[in-house]
Design a protein around this ligand. Structure first.
Ligand SMILES: Nc1ncnc2c1ncn2[C@@H]1O[C@H](COP(=O)(O)OP(=O)(O)O)[C@@H](O)[C@H]1O
Ligand SMILES: [Mg+2]
Length: 282
């Protein structure tokens, strides 16, 4: 199991250094998402990415979780995971200093050379496998959370990372949905799902790269919160699972891998380790 050392006060973060943020000179705005704004910054002649998470709409337990999750990312060491160097906070924000990258895959997807896709995808699969080996799940794998660093893809945004345990049958202790609703594996609507939800999310990522459609499933916004108690969400999401576009048949290997990953029945879907064996990634 993976663990992070935390002090009595909650985290390793040094709260005294209130003006630490000012030591980083803002150069440009790089991007934002649901929680953070990311800037290119400079300190002592070196460039970094600075993620600024506003505390304004977060309660105390959410603030603690955000800090804890950044500590997890800081403790990871993999070439395809965006490195976090330092974390600190002031009255209004939690701040992470990270390795500077360029565009995320969502912004880059239209200009990507299709020949690069298997190589990019394989590296993200390796990052996800590294996390699985530490019993960690990212929970929010999507194009906007993969940044490119000089041609190397790196998974980032660990805001929803979770540590899990599995029983003898491989069922995890995770319940309920975390992350991007449109990338939700159908079985997440039922309790006792396995870590094969990662293979589904990776399938969605590959779909986003190959089919150039970010939201392949046709499900209603906030469906998970609204309906799962009243209907069989598994049937609903399975029925609305993306059909693989016919033009992808031009590339039979990509088509084959995508069909296997976006298989609604988790028993028929390959685990992450097997994805690496697929000829499309060789
Ligand atoms: N290290 C980085 N280098 C360059 N751009 C980044 C970096 N990290 C994040 N970004 C950009 O900022 C966006 C938001 O960052 P992210 O960590 O996903 O925040 P949020 O939690 O708000 O979604 C990303 O989609 C990407 O465009
Ligand atoms: Mg994000």
């Amino acid at each position: 199991m993976f663990s992070v050392t935390i002090s009595d006060t909650g985290t390793e973060i040094n709260q005294k250094e209130i003006n630490q943020k000012e030591m980083y000179k803002k150069i440009s705005f790089l991007g934002d998402g649901a929680r953070g704004k990311v800037y290119e910054v400079e300190k002592d002649g070196k460039s970094y990415a600075l993620k600024d998470i506003s505390k304004v709409r977060l309660d105390d337990s959410e603030i603690l979780t955000m800090k804890f999750n950044l500590e997890i990312q800081k403790n990871l060491d993999h070439p395809n995971i965006n490195k976090v160097f330092e974390i600190f906070e002031d009255t209004f924000s939690i701040v992470a200093i990270m390795e500077l990258c360029q565009d995320d895959l969502y912004k880059k997807r239209k200009t990507l050379d299709r020949k690069e896709i298997p190589n990019i995808f394989r590296q993200i699969v390796e990052a996800v496998l590294y996390l699985e080996d530490k019993n960690l799940i990212h929970n929010d794998i999507k194009l906007a959370n993969v940044v490119m660093c000089n041609g190397i893809p790196k998974l980032t945004d660990f805001d929803r990372v979770e540590s899990y345990i599995c029983d003898k049958e491989g069922k995890t202790n995770m319940t309920g949905y975390e992350g991007y609703e449109y990338y939700m594996a159908p079985e997440m609507c039922r309790n006792g799902y396995t870590i094969k939800i990662n293979s589904w999310q990776l399938g969605m990522l590959l779909y986003g790269l190959l089919a150039d459609k970010y939201r392949p499933v046709n499900i209603e916004k906030n469906f998970y919160q609204k309906y799962t108690r009243h209907m069989d969400g598994y049937e609903y999401v399975s029925k609305n699972a993306p059909s693989i576009p016919e033009n992808l048949k031009e590339n039979p290997l990509a088509y084959d891998l995508l069909s296997k990953l976006l298989q609604p029945d988790p028993n028929l879907r390959p685990p992450v380790r097997e994805i690496l064996e697929h000829p499309y990634l060789k």
